[in-house]
Design a protein around this ligand. Structure first.
Ligand SMILES: C[S@@+](CC[C@H](N)C(=O)[O-])C[C@H]1O[C@@H](n2cnc3c(N)ncnc32)[C@H](O)[C@@H]1O
Length: 269
């Protein structure tokens, strides 16, 4: 990770919010995100495919897998329909711990979610799982003897190999019981030219969380020891693209932007 956040630097959270049409972004976020849009016009489509995955996966976990409590790691700015709102559509007693490394995300989240029952927002770094798992607010909301939905959506490409992201995911899954689930997406340039990838990564290099590109195989390793669920009726249990997961019409959902993020939901046996 490079230098810390300052108001004049773009952030991954603010740029993502801009792609989604949100208002929680700064002039620096907008300027950097606009440069990305110029190079990769499909980025807005990609962001929506990813955000849609998060919402469909959370709904599925609450409605079909019986998960009532969620750790939303790298949650981003409370922006377009958040995890607790999706859960509340399905169950009344859902609990969500939002975690983000960006203090601006946490401050905004605390303002917006103040008084919302069953939710909390904490500052945390996925590279320090124990600080998140042992945080008093986590311990207050999450019962670690019951299944937990561990959401790590569009986050791990901001964690370099040197921090062992595979070991980090395993640590979070070790802390939760059988029947818990992992929902994960990860950006990948498998379907983009090297030229576009390098140009986009150069822009993101200015943020406090520069990205790392990973292949499908490297992303599959995050699910070691877990049972990947079928992404849609009749679909093979394995990684798919974010927009396709849970789509009513997978063929129609398979746009170019959709292919920027691999996605899967998996159960801990
Ligand atoms: C692209 S946004 C994804 C937001 C949300 N998970 C979603 O998919 O809609 C990535 C988020 O990860 C956060 N992030 C990056 N590195 C992180 C880390 N090491 N620990 C926690 N959060 C991190 C960023 O601040 C940002 O809010």
């Amino acid at each position: 990770m490079s230098d810390p956040a300052t108001p004049d630097r773009p952030t991954a959270a603010g740029m993502y919010d801009y792609y989604l049409g949100g208002t929680a972004n700064t002039p620096a976020d907008r300027a950097a995100a606009e440069q990305v849009v110029q190079i990769m016009p499909e980025i807005g489509d990609a962001a929506w495919a990813n955000r849609g995955f998060l919402q469909r996966a959370v709904r599925w976990l609450a409605a079909e897998a019986g998960v009532r409590q969620f750790l939303d790691l790298g949650a981003g700015l409370p922006t377009q329909r958040n995890t607790h709102e999706v859960v509340a559509d399905v169950v009344r007693d859902g609990r969500v711990v939002y975690v983000d490394i960006d203090p601006a995300v946490v401050a905004r989240g605390n303002r917006l979610l103040a008084g919302t029952r069953g939710t909390t927002v904490i500052e945390g770094d996925v590279r320090k799982p124990d600080q998140i798992l042992d945080h008093p607010q986590t311990r207050q909301l999450i019962d670690f003897t019951a299944p937990v939905g561990v959401l790590i959506v569009a986050v791990l490409h901001f964690v370099p190999d040197a921090d062992d992201p595979w070991g980090l995911v395993a640590r979070f899954l070790d802390a939760v019981p059988s029947g818990s689930h992992l929902a994960l997406t990860h950006g990948s340039a498998d379907h983009w030219s090297e030229r576009i990838r390098d140009a986009v990564f150069t822009i993101y290099a200015d943020t406090p969380t520069p990205p790392t590109d990973r292949s499908k195989t490297e992303i599959e390793w995050f699910f070691a020891g877990l049972e990947i669920v079928s992404p849609y009726p009749g679909g093979p249990a394995g990684l798919t693209f974010a927009g396709v997961w849970g789509a009513e019409d997978p063929a129609a959902a398979d746009s170019d932007g959709n292919r920027l993020f691999y996605a899967a939901v998996a159960r801990k046996p």
